[in-house]
Design a protein around this ligand. Structure first.
Ligand SMILES: NC(=O)c1ccc[n+]([C@@H]2O[C@H](COP(=O)([O-])OP(=O)(O)OC[C@H]3O[C@@H](n4cnc5c(N)ncnc54)[C@H](O)[C@@H]3O)[C@@H](O)[C@H]2O)c1
Length: 273
């Protein structure tokens, strides 16, 4: 399979190395220095597994700034360009994603585009209409910076989304999920094929849940200062409790979420102040 990846950052480079084990991969970036380093088998970012794989593995990987020719014969084009949040405009800046889609449409309208950049919920459906390009999938990325390739070699799950009801693109989504799985070391990886907006929401909910947990532990940390917290039996107990709390949430026992303040399970929290 011929795969071109736009953006040689944490997401693009880790996916490029993962996929270049079994596919012909071309990595496109706008920074010449990054291109030179990758073509010399050196990583422009600090990531142990990427550094090791570039040096020691037999990868079919080339980096270039010539976007037009890199897109022109690709079966899949993965977009992993930045979508930084602009606090003034209060939205994600998706300009670079749209610039890549325009180039792909110009050079290779039959290529299947997979957006891996983080985008707002509903974005992929709207950009398909805005740029009159129907071949667009979305696949959320869950890696950590510095462990980017490791997290793709041992993924918690693989999610690829296609437009609801489009059988042919659904099949492309399934094929793409198999390419990611083929490159992974962990083999029992759950694969979830969803519709576009659902996958964007999964990414948003996962990030929000993570932020919530970090804030929760930061809040309680001073209470337990001096004692082992992470990896302790407190964390173990929360793991056991998670299943039960999922049932409570899904049963909507916490039906009126605005009313949590008066519930028994939040009383202890509020009594701290
Ligand atoms: N870093 C993470 O942990 C992480 C995790 C999940 C999702 N994401 C999302 O993935 C996307 C990429 O993140 P990243 O951390 O890899 O970013 P990054 O800044 O490390 O890399 C992005 C790369 O894209 C290049 N680029 C910019 N415009 C381009 C264009 N038009 N064509 C080709 N290349 C272009 C930049 O030069 C840069 O090398 C973002 O939307 C981010 O939110 C990041």
């Amino acid at each position: 399979m011929k795969i071109t990846i736009a953006g040689a950052g944490y997401v693009g480079l880790s996916n490029a190395v993962l996929l270049a084990q079994h596919n012909q991969v071309t990595l496109v970036d706008v920074i010449q220095e990054k291109i030179n380093l990758i073509n010399q088998h050196k990583s422009p970012i600090a990531d142990k597994e990427i550094e090791d794989y570039l040096l020691t593995k037999d990868l079919d990987l080339t980096a270039t700034m010539d976007a037009g020719s890199a897109y022109s014969d690709a079966d899949y084009v993965i977009i992993s360009t930045p979508t930084n949040y602009d606090p003034e405009k209060n939205h994600f800046d998706t300009t670079s994603v749209e610039a890549v889609i325009r180039q792909v449409v110009e050079h290779n309208p039959n290529a299947v585009i997979v957006i891996k950049s983080t985008v707002p919920v509903g974005y992929t459906v709207s950009v398909r209409e805005k740029l009159r390009c129907s071949n667009i999938l979305f696949s959320p990325e869950f890696l950590r910076e510095g462990r980017a390739l490791y997290d793709n070699l041992y993924p918690s799950r693989i999610i690829v989304a296609a437009p609801r009801g489009d059988e042919s693109l659904y099949e492309k989504a399934r094929q793409f999920s198999e390419l990611l799985k083929e490159g992974a070391i962990k083999k029992d990886v759950p694969i979830l094929l969803t519709d576009l907006t659902e996958a964007e929401a999964i990414k948003l909910f996962a990030n929000t849940y993570l932020a919530l947990r970090v804030a929760f532990f930061n809040e309680y940390e001073p209470t337990y200062s001096g004692k082992l917290f992470f990896g302790s039996r407190i964390i173990q107990d929360l793991k056991e409790f998670k299943e039960m709390s999922d049932v409570i949430v899904s049963n909507r026992y916490a039906a009126d979420l605005a009313d949590v303040k008066d519930k028994v399970y939040t009383r202890d929290l509020y009594m701290r102040d």
